[in-house]
Design a protein around this ligand. Structure first.
Ligand SMILES: C[S@@+](CC[C@H](N)C(=O)[O-])C[C@H]1O[C@@H](n2cnc3c(N)ncnc32)[C@H](O)[C@@H]1O
Length: 208
């Protein structure tokens, strides 16, 4: 996994351009309305979305790829980036919120559970989670070899889990679910290419 991403960041740089996902703006609004002060972004990439938070909150990003971290340090110097795996606890402080964009679907079931458990372990009780991931409504769902229920090798050497609403809710059943939904995401690469896909999101609160 880390080789795949490092290779892409080394070749393509800011793969998804400089504009953040609209979901990062929506999450920031929710976190601001709740009066929160700190945000953790697991799998932060080169900081495309951390920058939305770092102007308003103390922001931490966890990222495995050294190439992404080099880009992130330049693009978003206000965020504290930590080199390491988001599947394990990396912070020794608790944050008020976790925003995690399109990382959960990259893993098989056991690792998805680890990502959520590590995120909850770094979140204070009462804090908020905002996660996005591929939707089962996306056209790639069901394409290619099936590795696990809902998980497909939809491109050669690349797999993802495609979430139904019930599946996403069951992943977060240990938290209080506040809201779920889906939206079309439109990405423009630095080279001008456009890629569209359908994402689900979930907003939840840590209750214990
Ligand atoms: C689809 S990209 C999303 C990047 C970022 N969330 C964004 O919004 O631009 C997935 C990211 O997760 C990172 N990643 C993959 N596995 C990871 C892990 N175990 N721990 C931390 N980061 C990881 C990759 O290096 C890559 O930057």
């Amino acid at each position: 996994m880390s080789q795949y991403w490092s290779g892409r960041f080394a070749r393509e740089g800011m793969i998804w351009g400089k504009e953040p996902s609209p979901s990062a703006e929506w999450a920031r609004g929710i976190f601001e309305d709740a009066g929160l002060n700190s945000v953790l972004v697991p799998g932060a990439g080169y900081g495309r979305n951390t920058k939305v938070f770092s102007g308003a909150f103390t922001t931490y990003g966890i990222e495995l790829s050294t190439e992404a971290l080099e880009l992130a340090a330049e693009w978003d110097p206000a965020t504290v980036f930590i080199a390491g795996s988001a599947l394990e606890r990396q912070l020794d402080v608790l944050v008020d919120a976790v925003y995690c964009y399109d990382v959960l679907h990259l893993f098989l079931e056991e690792e998805r559970k680890k990502l959520i458990a590590a995120s909850l372990a770094q979140l204070r009780t009462g804090g908020l989670l905002y996660f996005t991931s591929f939707s089962d409504e996306d056209c790639n769902n069901g394409c290619g070899r099936r590795l696990e229920p809902g998980t497909y090798e939809y491109k050669s050497g690349k797999y993802a889990h495609f979430f139904s609403e019930a599946d996403l809710r069951s992943h977060f059943s240990g938290a209080e679910i506040i809201q779920t939904g889906s939206f079309p995401e439109r990405l423009q690469s630095e080279q001008g290419g456009i890629h569209e896909y359908i994402l689900r999101y979930i907003v939840a609160r840590k209750v214990k």
